[in-house]
Structure formats: C-alpha cells, structure tokens
Design a protein around this ligand. Structure first.
Ligand code: SF4
Length: 340
C-alpha cells in the first residue's frame, strides 16, 4: 500500500534522516521523532527550514531529522549567531535551532542571552539533561544543586533555569516540555514553528547513560513524577476549522503569527501565560517546590523581532540586484547630509 502523504505531497519518511547513533533510550531521539511528526502534520516544505546546531549529543540530533532541509552545524555554543545571520539574510526561511544545556548555557551563554533580548526570529529548542553526555557526564549549568552525577560527585552550584532567563530577557514565546510527553511536546513544537519571534522550548530530555540514576532530578522517573502541566494543550493549524469542544471560560485561545491557534485548557490553576510577573512567580514556585512546570509559560503577541527592529525587508538578500542596492546620487547626497 502506498504511504500516506500530507498537503505538501510528502510522506512522513520524507521528514526523517538516517538512523540515530545516540544511545538507545536517549530523550533526544524522542524529540527527533516529535520534530518529524510536527513538520509532517504541519505540511512544511523542508526547503523552507534551516536546522542549526552547535556541539554535543543534542547538536548531533539534527542529522536524524529533516534530511531534505538546509542545515548548518558549527562550533560549540555559536549556533545563535549563525542562526541569526541566516535569518537576517533570508527572512523567508524558518530557523530550527537544536542545542543542549552545555552548548547553550555553559559555553554559549553569551550568545543565548543576546538572542533572547533581541527577540531573534527562530524556534530555539534546548534538549536539557543537565549533563555533558558526549564528553562522559560532567555537570552542565542546568544540573541541580546537591544532585550527584554518574560518578557520585555532588554538584555544588545553583542551576540556571532556562525559561526563567528567557522570560526575563525578552523571548516572546517560552515553553517547557518533557521528551516523555509526546503529545504536549509535539503541540509546543508546532506552536513554536508558527510563532514570529524568539520561541524558546526547553525540553527535559534524560540522558540514559549519565544522568538517569535514582537520585537525579533529570531522570525519567523524577520528571514523570514531578511534571506539573500548566494547561492541556491543543493546536489547530491555520488550514483547519476549529473543532475543539470546550465550555465557555474553560479554555483560552492564542492566535499565532501564521493564523494557527493554540488552545489552552485550564488545569488545576488559572494561569495566564501573557502575564510576565505571573510567569516568573510560577517558575520560582516550581523551583522552590522542586517540581517541573511544563506547558506554555509565557507568550507576548506582536513583540518586534530583530528583523522588525532593523527594518529589514522581507526580500532575501540574494534577490536584490545591483540597481536595488546602489543608492541614487540624490539619496547618497541626502545620506551624507544626515551625517553632517
Ligand atoms: Fe543521549 Fe546521554 Fe547517550 Fe548522549 S550520552 S546520546 S545524551 S544518552
């Protein structure tokens, strides 16, 4: 039987890559599967995506999905700057940056911070496991204080909370998920791809080889037990009629840049993800109580992106010809006068 195709005329296989060489059971492979599913269901044309990454097990994972897309794998911690450059040169492309906690918040923290404060337009996924898996299990900056590593050493330092930093510094879409919660994760990947601006998605992705022991707060067992979803999420793509059934006052709708809608159905707490102070207070409470708060944490509609701030045209740089780029004599004179 012929394989099913989506509206782009592609099968799910067309969104895959070669088989993964990561350890069996690694959370990153579940995220890879989630990205494949999300892109297939959203009918994305692979050539419209540029997947970027740095160094680490997480940064290897773009090899295993979207083999028909553009890709750029660069040096450790520097994916934000070349991702920003690619987007500024061609604003019609979608940037899908996949990094890890070591890559983004140890060596790459300067780059991470400036990407957030500029609201650079990309989906920035951090596959967060609290350890450097590729170099045999050293602590990363998101490792929990007081928790042991694979060798029994205790981490003496406070962790960096990625969503907290993202909300504080100006990302316009901040979410957290767990690689073991496929439904929530895929919904948030779709929403992040539909957002215009910096969409940060922190995904707890256990390292089964170095950080999955019983006393690790980054293990499958711990995250499963302490995961507190903020909402039940639904996603309605722009090309579909809304058919989600919910009672008045029971759910909120967030309309994303491309017209898709994210449906936020209240769970225990009445949480408003457009309230920045509430987002920070909720994250603080999660840290205090040692819980993992997942879902849409913060959302700001229509925040200017880096391209908006720089007043860049939608036309890719490569489509300008010499006549477009060379100012007229009068324009050049006017410009010189402005500088006087
Ligand atoms: Fe995944 Fe850890 Fe293996 Fe790296 S070392 S592939 S993070 S399980």
């Amino acid at each position: 039987m012929a394989e099913a195709t989506n509206r782009a005329g592609l099968t799910k296989k067309d969104y895959m890559g070669p088989p993964s060489t990561l350890c069996k059971g690694c959370g990153h492979d579940s995220i890879t599967a989630g990205i494949v599913q999300a892109c297939y269901e959203m009918n994305i044309n692979p050539h419209e995506i540029v997947k970027t990454s740095g160094i680490g097990c997480s940064s290897k994972s773009p090899t295993y999905f979207l083999s028909l897309s553009h890709g750029f794998n660069g040096v450790h911690g520097r994916a934000p700057s070349y991702s920003t450059g690619i987007k500024l040169a061609n604003q019609t492309l979608k940037i899908l940056l996949v990094s890890g906690d070591g890559d983004s918040v140890n060596i790459g923290i300067g780059q991470y911070i400036h990407t957030l404060r500029r609201n650079a337009d990309m989906l920035y996924i951090i596959e967060n496991n609290g350890t450097y898996g590729l170099t045999k299990g050293q602590f990363s900056a998101t490792a929990d204080q007081g928790s042991p590593n694979h060798y029994g050493e205790i981490n003496p330092f406070q962790p960096i909370d990625l969503p907290q930093m993202a909300v504080e510094l100006g990302a316009s879409f901040v979410a957290r998920s767990f690689s073991g919660d496929r439904k929530q994760m895929i919904t948030l990947i779709k929403a992040g791809l539909s957002h215009k601006g910096c969409a940060v998605l922190d995904i707890f992705s256990p390292c089964v080889t170095f950080m999955n022991h019983d006393t690790s707060p980054k293990s499958y067992a711990y995250v499963k037990e302490h995961d507190i979803p903020l909402q039940e999420l639904g996603f309605v793509p722009s090309f579909e009629e809304i058919t989600v059934d919910y009672k008045e006052g029971e759910a909120k709708e967030v309309t994303l840049h491309d017209g898709s809608r994210l449906i936020l159905k209240k769970l225990a707490e009445d949480y408003d993800p457009t309230d920045r102070s509430a987002a920070l207070a909720m994250l603080e409470k999660g840290i205090r109580e040692k819980n993992v708060m997942t879902g849409l944490i913060y959302y700001k509609k229509d925040a200017p992106t880096l391209g908006d701030t720089l007043k860049l045209p939608e036309t890719p740089l490569r489509d300008f010809n010499e006549r477009d780029l060379r100012p007229s004599c009068e324009d050049f004179q006017e410009f010189l006068t402005e500088l006087k």
